[in-house]
Design a binder for this molecule. Structure first.
Ligand SMILES: CC(=O)N[C@H]1[C@@H](OP(=O)(O)OP(=O)(O)OC[C@H]2O[C@@H](n3ccc(=O)[nH]c3=O)[C@H](O)[C@@H]2O)O[C@H](CO)[C@@H](O)[C@@H]1O
Ligand SMILES: C=C(OP(=O)(O)O)C(=O)O
Length: 451
């Protein structure tokens, strides 16, 4: 831990331009989808982040040859020789990411059995996988929970089913998609999640030969097909990373252009950003033509000077305000005049990081009640899932330990916004979802160094 520390000299506005590549929450699933094809797949703009390395390792163990393509960030997956891996080999990746659970359907289709290690991911609530396992059983899989992990098999193959999710879970929706595309017959999924990353996964599966209809009211219908081929795909950019840098610009009174950021996927964030008092400008991409080098699209975010405004917001499933945007934005809200309210309705325990902000001078109280307009699943269950942020607060430097990915980025922003020198421990965790964040900090003029 002692060498996993960043020394941050705060108080300098972030100024400059950075680029985001493929979304962490899509790229890793696109990689799993490559297992379903009977020919190679090609994925562009793959960021160098930890979750990609984990999935690459797991694919390799299952016989998928993963090679770097000609373009920077291009990966090629050859699934010609899919094979079983030993539980010991697979367990090397235990506890490192949530993506292994999505190997169930593709491995059952390709091998008739699957072994899934303990999952990792951010510690922001209990994060059960009951919807996943219930759905897999409905498809005809048997699930055996053992101390070393989950063993699954499908002795009679997988068959389409009618299934309603108790909550529009992103992962469980992806589980159903990755399983249904090659299950025999039709699957109807109700109360599905419809995040942009899910729609992009559907686009990939459709490119592979799948038949998927997205109806209104969160209903997705999948007609199983006997075989799929490889895909070529450029993924949607990372809207969480883009919003994180936007929040950093606001909290440090800076000006950051995020190349690659896409307005359509960030509308809800942009509305809140503007309500808080931040300014932004969207630049549309223009392809190069003779005599015109063209232009890369993106969004410029900045603090216009003066005071920020307090806001009330609730995190929610798409098209609501994303839970993963919450932690970085709260740092900016500590600088807004008045009382801001944040009601976290997606995860039970995603406000623990506010203690660290309070240790830096913020004034944030957390409550068990639903302080937003709508009562949520956590209201009567004793989880501190609403926050009241009183501002503006002068942040001062502190020694911080990063608890999870987005909280980690929020600690980093707080250290950059604070007066003085902070030591941020456990920063390697940020590499799980933010490509080259230290180089990007340097490009934005941040004063941060490894001791
Ligand atoms: C790798 C990835 O894409 N991670 C994202 C994904 O996580 P992930 O797919 O894990 O999140 P889910 O949408 O599944 O979780 C939402 C809620 O459903 C609950 N639930 C989920 C599954 C289940 O079987 N049982 C159950 O109760 C969870 O505990 C949580 O309270 O979507 C989240 C919500 O946008 C994001 O914050 C994560 O960044
Ligand atoms: C919660 C997150 O990720 P994961 O599901 O991978 O833990 C996140 O990206 O903020």
């Amino acid at each position: 831990m002692t060498d996993d520390v960043l020394v941050v000299h705060g108080g300098t506005p972030l100024e400059g331009r950075i680029r985001v590549r493929g979304a962490k929450n899509l790229v890793s699933k696109a990689m799993v989808a490559a297992l379903l094809g009977d020919s190679p797949s090609r994925l562009f703009d793959v960021p160098k982040i930890r979750d990609v390395e984990v999935v690459r390792g797991l694919l390799g163990l299952h016989g998928v040859k993963v090679t770097d393509g000609a373009e920077d960030g291009e990966l090629v997956f050859d699934p010609a020789n899919v094979e079983s891996a030993s539980t010991d080999q697979i367990n090397v990746h235990a506890g490192s990411s949530r993506i292994p659970i999505l190997f169930c359907g593709p491995l059952l289709h390709r091998l008739g059995h699957a072994f899934i290690p303990d999952l990792g991911g951010c510690h922001i609530g209990p994060r059960p996988i009951d919807f996943h396992l219930q759905a897999l059983r409905e498809f005809g899989a048997t699930v055996d929970k053992r101390p070393e992990g989950l063993h699954l098999s499908a002795p009679n193959g997988l068959h389409g089913t009618k299934f309603a999710l108790p909550y529009p879970s992103v992962g469980a929706t992806e589980q159903v998609l990755l399983t249904a595309v090659m299950a025999e017959g039709v699957t109807e999924l109700r109360n599905a999640a419809v995040e942009p990353e899910i729609i992009d996964l559907i686009c990939i599966l459709q490119k592979m030969g799948a038949i998927i209809k997205v109806h209104t009211d969160r209903v997705i219908e999948i007609q199983g097909v006997p075989k799929l081929h490889g895909y070529t795909h450029r993924p949607i950019p990372d809207r969480i990373e883009a919003a994180s840098w936007a929040a950093a610009a606001l909290a440090t009174r800076g000006h950051v252009e995020v190349l690659g950021a896409q307005q359509a996927d960030m509308m809800t964030f942009l509305n809140i950003f503007r309500s808080v008092g931040g300014e932004y400008e969207v630049t549309d991409a223009r392809p190069p033509k003779l005599g015109d080098p063209g232009q890369e699209g993106g969004i410029r975010f900045w603090h216009p000077g003066g005071e920020l405004n307090a806001v009330a917001l609730e995190t929610d499933v798409h098209p609501g305000f994303m839970t993963d945007w919450q932690q970085p934005l709260v740092v900016a809200l500590t600088q807004a005049r008045g009382l801001s309210i944040v009601h976290e309705t997606v995860y039970e325990q995603r406000l623990g990081y506010t203690e660290a902000l309070n240790s830096m001078g913020a004034n944030i109280q957390v409550y068990r009640d639903c302080l937003g307009g709508t009562p949520c699943r956590f209201g009567r269950r004793n989880f501190k899932h609403s926050a009241v942020i009183a501002g503006p607060s002068k942040l001062h430097a502190a020694d911080l330990v990063i608890p999870d990915l987005r909280a980690g980025f929020s600690h980093l922003i707080a250290a950059l916004a604070a007066e003085g020198t902070s030591r941020v421990y456990g920063v390697d965790l940020i590499n799980r979802g933010y490509e080259d964040f230290e180089a990007k900090l340097a490009d934005l003029g941040a004063h941060a160094e490894r001791p």
